[in-house]
Design a protein. Structure first.
Length: 440
């Protein structure tokens, strides 16, 4: 009989490791641009921090998957934690001494994003060895709940600590990374490094995850339509809602309420997912998410009440989170162990690459047509995506688990036998699932 997750020592350690790391990352994600604004007074330079982070993630996501399949995953996670700890400690010392040069700030932002691109695929690869296939949905939901909780709490803590002293959020992140390193070190499960001939970052290796996804019609369709199309359109929808219900910037209460509802819906979805069994109902949940988003766009086109808009956004995010957990769980158990890092990073790359453009599209529609027609036109894009997912033959056949994925592929203290699978930004253990949200 499979033991419950609460008795799975290595899963508990992975969960705690991610909690410490993600909470620290959320604190510094708020503190970094505030630090630049305080030091330079330039909003442009403060915005450059986010641009560098997003760009670094997109550039290194596919190579990160390759590394997660080539290096023993527990060791790789530990190296990422130590690397992050080093640069964050350097920034903490610089801020405490009274001056943090802009190149160091950008280095910290880029290094954190790059190491997260490597860490995320390694986490899910190791989790494949730690968690049985029939518990993967519950395990993924608990990781998502942890991440969304950190998203809610981290910025508040980071802002409070920054108000006391600008160095404190970074000192707290350094402490979190140290605790994360200890937790990873205590994990007993190992995953065997993949040995293969040829260059590590050859074109074939970098595209192996994308190739695997393309060859399976269900994964290909869901990622292209739900991962790209819905992420893009929902990004436009939420930005339009933020602007419209903030009265064009004259009041932040309505727009802030809508965005708070988005975060609350994501957390609620992660908490509800274990009770629903999202890995067994992934297609139905994806369909429900798509049509809920279409309905939300239609409702917001005709309402002026931020309360109604917030409830609709919360519903969409709740369903989206549950659906993404189900899809990621399915992805992990249908992917051969030797490819899980590259496939997970490829899925995350496809789901993330269009997210920065959604708000731009929403802003363009608002400027050209006004709020009502911006919602209507966004709803049309959402409806087109929903129709494809509903009626496309390729989206109806959910793939079966990989033959070797029925049992955990690793034993405590030993390397598993070779087998022939993730939100944050960039949140370290949550990337990889297609999500209609505001990004990591």
């Amino acid at each position: 009989m499979t033991k419950p997750l609460r008795d799975n020592r290595d899963f508990r350690l992975l969960w705690l490791s991610g909690l410490f790391a993600v909470l620290g990352a959320q604190m510094s994600a708020l503190a970094l641009p505030l630090l630049v604004l305080k030091e330079t007074g330039s909003a442009v330079q403060a915005g450059a921090v986010g641009t560098v982070s997003v760009g670094a993630v997109l550039i290194t996501m596919l190579p990160g998957g390759v590394m997660a399949d080539r290096v023993e995953r527990r060791r790789l996670m530990r190296l990422c934690d130590v690397g992050s700890l080093t640069v964050v400690t350097a920034l903490t010392v610089a801020v405490w001494s009274g001056h943090a040069p802009m190149p160091l700030v950008l280095l910290v932002a880029a290094a954190g994003a790059i190491l997260s691109s490597i860490y995320g695929p390694a986490v899910f690869g190791l989790m494949r060895a730690v968690v049985p296939a029939d518990q993967m949905g519950t395990a993924t939901a608990r990781l998502q709940a942890r991440t969304h909780t950190a998203r809610l709490v981290g910025p508040l803590l980071g802002g409070a600590l920054f108000g006391i002293h600008p160095a404190l959020p970074f000192a707290a992140e350094a402490l979190g990374l140290l605790l994360s390193t200890v937790c990873v070190t205590l994990v007993r499960t190992r995953s065997r490094a993949r040995k293969t001939a040829g260059a590590v970052f050859s074109r074939r290796e970098l595209l192996a995850g994308l190739t695997f996804l393309w060859k399976i019609p269900y994964l290909r369709t869901v990622l292209l339509v739900f991962g790209l199309g819905m992420n893009f359109a929902f990004g436009a929808l939420t930005f339009t809602a933020l602007t419209a219900f903030s009265e064009g910037g004259r009041s932040g209460v309505g727009g802030g309420f809508v965005i708070t509802c988005v975060s609350a819906g994501a957390l609620a979805g992660a908490l509800l997912a274990p009770r629903i069994g999202p890995d067994r109902h992934s297609r139905a949940l994806i369909l429900a998410t798509c049509w809920a988003c279409v309905t939300a766009a239609g409702v917001m086109a005709w309402t002026e009440q931020s309360l109604v808009a917030g409830i609709m956004c919360a519903l969409c995010m709740c369903l989206s989170t549950i659906a993404s957990i189900g899809f990621l769980s399915k992805l992990l158990i249908v992917t051969p162990d030797e490819r899980v890092g590259r496939v997970q990073s490829a899925a995350g790359f496809l789901s993330s690459m269009v997210q920065p453009f959604g708000p731009l599209a929403g802003g363009a529609l608002l400027s050209a047509f006004g709020a009502r027609w911006a919602f209507v036109l966004t709803g049309c894009v959402l409806a087109a995506s929903a129709l494809v997912v509903t009626f496309a033959p390729s989206a109806r056949t959910v793939p079966e688990p990989h033959d070797d994925a029925a049992e955990p592929s690793g034993l405590p203290g030993a390397a598993p036998p070779a087998t022939t699978p993730p939100g944050a930004g960039a949140d370290r253990a949550a990337a990889g699932a297609p999500r209609a949200d505001l990004g990591d």
